[in-house]
Design a protein around this ligand. Structure first.
Ligand code: MF3
Ligand code: CO
Length: 284
């Protein structure tokens, strides 16, 4: 409980007295609470919602274009053009040196794959397409898996279980519960199915910046971590591996994250808003 307590009230200006009281009580008990700066005001939520709408429309648009034979560079071009046409900016482009507008991660690539003209989607591939949008200064972020042509039963099951991990994570992310509960629920489902959860990358707060607090681990222990309060917006984006959870970063491009054992990895991502009664998926 350090600097988050400075500055008195640390809640959005629309909290009811009831919520205020509940927070003050938890604060006295020493509960780990999120910093005020990541609790959104109604105006900010509206802005983030608008950004998320474009991001979702983009994923819907891409889902019709992603077929066997398309290059990931073409997916990048479509992403850039769609986003600009809607008065928005692709958040990945030039983000910490990332050279493209979208991340495309095929098979054993866990995340942050860089689109390329040499990379052609072929039958049997599973690919994650991760798009992020800046609109009016507000950030949104989501990704989906696509299965190309004839995909093996094993790969299908990985993609399906990973989707369930995201759904379970979202269902667990309730106000007044703790972030560790989310990670624990995801980890349990992945491991029950014989898979592992990537540790080195996590979900994140998003909205006013691309990446902000909290760090959303997709593994962990119940009843630990920061408490979820109404007004938080963050991603849940489990990366689930067939084999080991260990990963490495390609030395040549310094971005592409691959599984250590070369086995498959899948990922689904949504961005949610914690509300007073539950949560809302903003990237739906
Ligand atoms: N969309 C990715 C995420 O979920 C962004 C990775 S940073 C990038 O956080 F530069 F690679 F886009
Ligand atoms: Co993200």
């Amino acid at each position: 409980m350090k600097k988050i307590l400075k500055g008195g009230r640390f809640t959005p200006d629309n909290y009811s007295d009831e919520i205020e009281e509940k927070i003050q009580k938890l604060r006295k008990q020493g509960m780990k609470l999120p910093p005020r700066k990541i609790l959104r005001t109604p105006e900010q939520i509206e802005g983030i919602r608008e950004s998320a709408k474009i991001n979702t429309a983009l994923l819907d648009y891409l889902s019709e274009k992603i077929v066997e034979g398309i290059s990931t560079a073409e997916i990048d071009r479509l992403t850039y053009e769609f986003t600009i046409k809607h008065g928005a900016i692709p958040a990945p482009l030039n983000y910490e040196g990332f050279p493209k507008s979208v991340c495309t991660s095929i098979n054993d690539v866990v995340c942050h794959g860089i689109p390329s003209h040499d990379e052609i989607l072929s039958s049997g591939d599973i690919v994650n397409v991760d798009v992020s949008t800046i609109y009016n200064g507000y950030f949104s972020d989501a990704s989906r898996m696509f299965m190309i042509g004839d995909v093996s039963e094993e790969a299908r099951r990985l993609v399906q279980v990973t989707k369930e991990c995201l759904e379970i994570g979202i269902a667990t992310a309730q106000p007044w519960t703790r972030l560790g509960d989310v990670g624990a629920a995801i980890q349990e489902h992945a491991e029950k199915n014989g898979y592992s959860v990537v540790r080195d990358l996590c979900g994140h707060g998003v909205g006013l910046k691309f990446h902000e607090e909290p760090e959303v681990a997709h593994f962990g222990k119940r009843n630990t971590g920061v408490m979820l309060l109404p007004g938080m917006t963050f991603t849940i984006e489990p990366m689930i591996n067939e084999g080991t959870y260990k990963v490495f970063v390609d030395e040549e491009d310094d971005w592409t994250v691959c599984t250590d054992d070369g086995k498959l990895s899948a990922q689904w991502e949504n961005m949610i808003l914690i509300t007073e009664t539950g949560n809302e998926i903003l990237t739906r």
